[in-house]
Design a protein. Structure first.
Length: 249
């Protein structure tokens, strides 16, 4: 019941979740995969249905400072990720554009759980320094209880991100070929995931025509509502397990 409640019944930790979508790529032999950094920038500029587009990559790191060393899930996120998902820091702030550039200040935002477990919920945690894989980072914010990236409910559920740091994309070295980022977007007022998908397909078709993608690749991008992304694939399996447990009890 705890899992069903967390995944299926509890509200998603985003304001107006109906305006949040995940963005994916697909091409021959790959039905659903990541974005390239050049695509993230394209979608920000060229897709009218998308008010903002964020990207991140997940990883793990050794956390030191404030207690015993521990391995934690982390995510490197663009500065607009929290706002794009409809959330903001409970304490302090998120990242600035300057921090999200190559060479930007080494900073970090903590999850509510890390703040409680590692620092006892100390409100004076801001500006303290932790180390992630030996890199000293200044704490600038703490997210609210329950906040998670959409991928923390799905592909990263075994090791969800607990600390976030700036992604720091290099705008001078953008690529349409190196796909390694998760993408999410806030829909523009009145827009739908279906309309965003139509615009994404039209844009990627145009890039295919100009040679950015080989025609035989069959490349396209599409949007999936966050609600469907988080709960759609898990709903059936969880309800079966829930029913089996209820029958056993």
């Amino acid at each position: 019941f705890s899992v069903v409640r967390a995944v299926l019944l509890a509200p998603l930790p985003y304001a107006q979740p109906e305006r949040r979508v995940m963005i994916w790529s697909r091409w021959k032999d790959f039905d659903k995969t990541w974005l390239a950094d050049g695509e993230v920038m394209d979608y920000r500029r060229e897709i009218p249905s998308l008010q903002s587009v964020a990207a991140w990559e997940s990883d793990a790191a050794n956390l030191t400072g404030g207690g015993e060393p521990v391995r934690v899930g982390i995510a490197r996120v663009t500065a607009n990720t929290f706002a794009t998902l409809g959330s903001s820091a409970r304490l302090g702030r998120g990242f600035t554009d300057d921090e999200d550039r190559p060479g930007g200040a080494p900073v970090a935002v903590l999850s509510h759980a890390v703040w409680q477990n590692r620092f006892g919920g100390d409100p004076a945690v801001l500006d303290r320094v932790i180390e992630l894989d030996g890199v000293a980072r200044r704490i600038v914010g703490v997210m609210p209880r329950g906040f998670a990236l959409p991928t923390d409910f799905t592909v990263d559920a075994a090791e969800p991100s607990q600390i976030w740091v700036p992604l720091q994309l290099n705008m001078k070295e953008l690529s349409h070929g190196n796909h390694g980022y998760y993408g999410a977007a806030q829909l523009a007022p009145g827009a739908t995931a279906a309309r965003a998908t139509a615009e994404l397909k039209a844009w990627t078709a145009r890039l295919t025509q100009t040679g950015v993608y080989p025609k035989e690749m069959g490349f396209e991008a599409f949007a999936v509502p966050v609600e469907q992304e988080v709960r759609g694939t898990a709903r059936h399996a969880l309800l079966i397990v829930f029913g089996a447990v209820g029958f056993l009890l």
